[in-house]
Design a protein around this ligand. Structure first.
Ligand code: ADP
Ligand code: MG
Length: 485
């Protein structure tokens, strides 16, 4: 029998771009010293009260709008009650689907292997992050700096069928969070964490009917997209094997964890051990109305997202789909590119320099674009030196690498090293004539139809000028002069 996988994601992303935490005035930042960035309310000291961060609410609502969700008329928060050392209050302030979180029932188009697909969103809600803990062989440490950092939890329907689809969706979301300034969405900083739900069902049955779904297996807290991919593939294989050997039907709904080292998932607990969180409306935060005006102002402030930017690059700038895709993948790279174009440099030429030279350099040295010395303005100046014929492309590339390596402005390198290209026709013509004077035999070959000797003759001029002659001009003059003889 054929089986297909159903995958539903719960993606947590910290809202990293607010000044303060979601219910307190502590900074929203990763202070280096643990436990120095805490307010009494983060620890639920008696008598303290939470104050909702408007900026966090705006960002959460913006995400809800981009996901085409329905926004609530009133904002509520709820308490999720449980005890764990990383949760000093004994409860997390969150939003369950009742009465209504910042967004319900949305959908988002995303691209997977060149195909446009639709992800269905169950809900997105705003909550507070817990503290972070580290476990060692005989003790654990805990850092409350993270307690109360605003967190968005996005819950999809079980709409994905493969690791490729799930990861493509997560990458789209990361890009949206970055382009909207909701979050840096940096997995390395632990800002993104996913719970992955996987089941398999008979491929011939109707997947829109939940009756046909298999047993949901939840894999908690997968911290990288690579981990999500491996966890899904492992689960599909494990569950398919269980179907084959007849043990699938006795499998209970369960929570597992992903073990990065072995690339496998490990049993943690079954549904019967599930905690009852005793949700109730957070009494210390009165509900408040979201006016149409407030929602409209958020809607109007949604910036261009990667997909829209890509369309602009293709239709306005004439870039290829391939190049445009590369340029918009990271917001910082598209902004670097935009800044070069703003200096009146031709977009296609700018794109070539960025996608081939700059991105190549970043990849090779594992750097981010904001870590390199060459600014868009410097690169624009260098590109102009090439376009105006003052230096050749080859020279330009060498200067750029030099500049990246030595942290010296490209313009300065060109000046100091006296790098220049001979673009003056009279000057080049003189050399062309002298080369031809010494190449009578090649002129004869050319006349007899072996026109490829032209390359050799142009090469001779290059040799004479140590690569400084403008190749296009040299070629044109060489042809002119040889025809004349
Ligand atoms: P719970 O009430 O246990 O939190 P939900 O029904 O709210 O479960 O779903 C949580 C996540 O699990 C969602 O992302 C959803 O898409 C996914 N999910 C639910 N049922 C299945 C299933 N049979 N297979 C795969 N994923 C599922
Ligand atoms: Mg949650």
């Amino acid at each position: 029998m054929e089986y297909k996988a159903l995958i539903g994601l719960e993606m947590h992303c910290e809202i990293s771009k607010t000044n303060t935490k979601v219910f307190s005035s502590a900074e929203n930042s990763y202070k280096e010293t643990p436990n120095t960035n805490i307010r009494p309310v983060d620890m639920a000291f008696p008598g303290t009260l939470p104050v909702v961060n408007k900026e966090a609410v705006k960002k959460a609502l913006m995400a809800s709008m981009i996901l085409n969700c329905k926004q609530p008329e009133y904002m509520y928060f709820e308490r999720k009650n449980y005890y764990y050392p990383d949760l000093p209050k004994g409860f997390q302030i969150t939003q369950e689907t009742k009465p209504a979180p910042v967004g319900i029932y949305g959908q988002l188009e995303y691209e997977c292997n060149g195909e446009i697909k639709i992800a269905k969103i169950n809900n997105i809600h705003l909550e507070e992050d817990a503290a972070s803990s580290d476990h060692y062989s005989s003790y654990s440490t805990i850092d409350y700096n993270r307690a109360g950092v605003p967190l968005l939890e996005l819950v999809t329907e079980p709409i994905f069928h493969s690791a490729d689809e799930a990861v493509a969706f997560l990458e789209t979301m990361r890009s949206i969070y970055q382009y909207t300034d909701i979050s840096e969405a940096d997995s390395k900083k632990g800002q993104i964490r996913c719970d992955v739900n996987v089941s398999i069902m008979d491929a011939s049955l109707d997947e829109t009917d939940p009756k046909n779904w298999g047993t949901k297996i939840e894999i908690k807290n997968v911290n990288s997209f690579g981990g999500v991919r491996d966890a899904i593939n492992y689960e599909i294989k494990r569950q398919t094997e269980a179907k084959m050997d007849g043990t699938y039907d006795s499998m209970e709904q369960q929570t597992r964890r992903f073990d990065e080292e072995s690339g496998t998932t490990i049993y943690m607990r079954s549904k019967v051990d599930a905690i009852d969180y005793k949700y109730f409306i957070e009494p210390n935060i009165p509900k408040f109305k979201l006016t149409e005006e407030f929602l409209d102002s958020i809607r109007k402030s949604i910036p261009l997202l990667a997909r829209e930017k890509k369309e602009k690059y293709i239709s306005e700038y004439g870039l290829s789909n391939y190049d445009a895709t590369i340029l918009v993948k990271e917001r910082s790279i598209s902004e670097y590119f935009d800044a070069i174009v703003e200096q009146n440099v031709d977009p296609k030429i700018s794109s070539n320099w960025v996608t081939s030279v700059i991105l190549g350099y970043l990849n090779k040295n594992s750097l981010e674009i904001n870590e390199i010395f060459v600014t868009p303005k410097m690169l624009a100046e260098l590109i102009n030196l090439v376009s105006s014929g003052k230096i050749s492309i080859k020279q330009g590339k060498e200067v750029l690498f030099d500049s990246l390596e030595k942290n010296i402005e490209p313009k300065k390198i060109v000046e100091e090293k006296g790098i220049s290209q001979i673009g003056n026709e009279d000057e080049i013509r003189k050399i062309v004539i002298s080369v031809l004077d010494n190449n009578q035999d090649n002129i004869e070959k050319y006349k007899s139809g072996r026109t490829n000797v032209l390359d050799y003759l142009v090469g001779q001029v290059m040799k004479e000028t140590r690569g400084k002659a403008n190749p296009a001009i040299t070629r044109k003059l060489m042809q002119e002069e040889i025809e004349r003889r």
